[in-house]
Design a protein around this ligand. Structure first.
Ligand SMILES: *Cc1c(COP(=O)(O)O)cnc(C)c1O
Length: 392
């Protein structure tokens, strides 16, 4: 496709990054090859030195993966994208590429459980310290910043409580202190939110979720500028190899083509479900940015073009009552994945957030009665009826 920048989002989602080969194939081909052949010794040398662009070895160059990277970069409005083997590999690669011993991370305490573990259990081993802060309190972020702070890390809306961080304000704060802001854009995807336009430096994706959209493959990506992502994160990936496979890249590419249509439908179903849940006497609280009762409803309206497909809620009666709702479902899948066409339900305190300490869970507001539903594309009345079984 020529001159990608002149096209709108929906066109880029379908076409960006594709370079048609000599066979004239219409759909994007999968290149299952570990290495690439050169015409001569001189060409091999030129490719390895970087003097000549082109494919070398699929740990770091593969045409299917590149097409996915270019398409996602176009959708996020970034100069560069590096695809990784998982969302966690994207976060790890970002840290390894941009941080060193003595550096400090300020991270929202409302992030994905494995992100907390990665920073707290593993980064600290290498002399990188981390402080966790209240995601929605800008003052809490500001107070945690030290001279050594290099990275601010937010996930908005957060998992599972859908807390919305002010990306513009966090970016300004990071930049005032010589740090960068990374935003995990998993819940919104670029179809609903474009953090780079709001001043963020890096966007993190678990492609496993909405980018795939049908729960098939594990993958991730980092999007940002040509220097940090195109050189630094790419350099780490090239060396260390947390690489996305060509097949997975192809699945995600096809997912991107329908991303906006799917997200629109997820948002509609989630809004209906959240409104229904809020009216049920057995539910203590519903967390969904599309509800007027959500504390950051106005911010979400400004910052996002939709409220997303994740709805969490506190069932009165703690773990026992919450598990009863889970176990009474007949259609909804009991699985921790999200962003799938199929509706899924999970009890965060005993699954996705079980490995962090009870104190960290309490600080993050993840109670024993909390359930997270990733609202799928089924008929919303069937989703509501299935959740009603265990609430009676
Ligand atoms: C799932 C998830 C991740 C990790 O992604 P994987 O692909 O499972 O490694 C990171 N952040 C958020 C918000 C997630 O939901």
């Amino acid at each position: 496709m020529q001159d990608d920048l002149t096209f709108e989002f929906d066109t880029l989602a379908v076409r960006a990054g594709q370079v048609r080969g000599i066979e004239g194939e219409h759909a994007e081909p999968i290149y299952p090859t570990s290495s690439f052949a050169f015409a001569s010794a001189a060409e091999a040398a030129a490719r390895f030195s970087g003097a000549q662009p082109g494919n070398i070895y699929s740990r770091f160059t593969n045409p299917t993966v590149r097409t996915f990277q270019d398409r996602l970069a176009a959708l996020e409005g970034g100069q560069a994208c590096v695809a990784t083997s998982s969302g966690m590999a994207a976060i790890l690669s970002t840290c390894m590429a941009l941080l060193q011993q003595g550096d400090h991370i300020v991270c929202s305490q409302a992030v994905f459980g494995s992100t907390v573990s990665l920073f707290e259990r593993y980064m600290t081993r290498f002399g990188i310290t981390v402080d966790f802060v209240e995601q929605v309190e800008l003052a809490s972020w500001a107070a945690a910043i030290k001279p050594a702070t290099r990275l601010l890390f937010a996930e908005t809306p957060s998992n599972p409580l859908t807390e919305v961080a002010d990306i513009r304000a966090l970016a300004d704060l990071a930049h005032a202190h010589g740090a960068v802001l990374a935003v995990d854009n998993c819940f919104c995807t670029p179809a609903l939110q474009r953090p780079l336009e709001l001043g963020a430096d890096l966007v993190i994706h678990s492609a496993t979720k909405y980018l795939d959209g049908q729960g098939r493959c594990v993958g991730g990506a980092v999007v940002g500028d040509a220097e940090r992502v195109g050189k630094d994160v790419f350099g780490f990936l090239r060396t260390a190899g947390p690489t996305m496979s060509p097949f997975n890249a192809w699945v995600f590419l096809k997912g991107l083509e329908t991303l906006r249509l799917r997200l629109r439908a997820h948002c509609e179903n989630a809004q209906r479900l959240a409104e229904w849940l809020e009216a049920q006497p057995q539910i203590a609280r519903v967390y969904y940015p599309g509800l007027a009762s959500h504390p950051q409803h106005e911010l979400a309206r400004r910052q996002q073009s939709g409220f997303g497909g994740i709805v969490s809620f506190d069932v009165k009666g703690g773990q026992e009552a919450a598990w009863r709702v889970v176990d009474a479902t007949r259609m909804i899948s009991i699985t921790a994945n999200l962003g799938d066409a199929k509706t899924t339900i999970t009890h965060p305190a005993t699954t996705t957030h079980a490995r962090i300490t009870p104190q960290q869970r309490a600080d993050a507001g993840i109670g024993d009665g909390l359930l997270r539903v990733s609202v799928g594309l089924e008929a919303v009345d069937d989703i509501i009826a299935d959740l009603a079984h265990g609430l009676g």
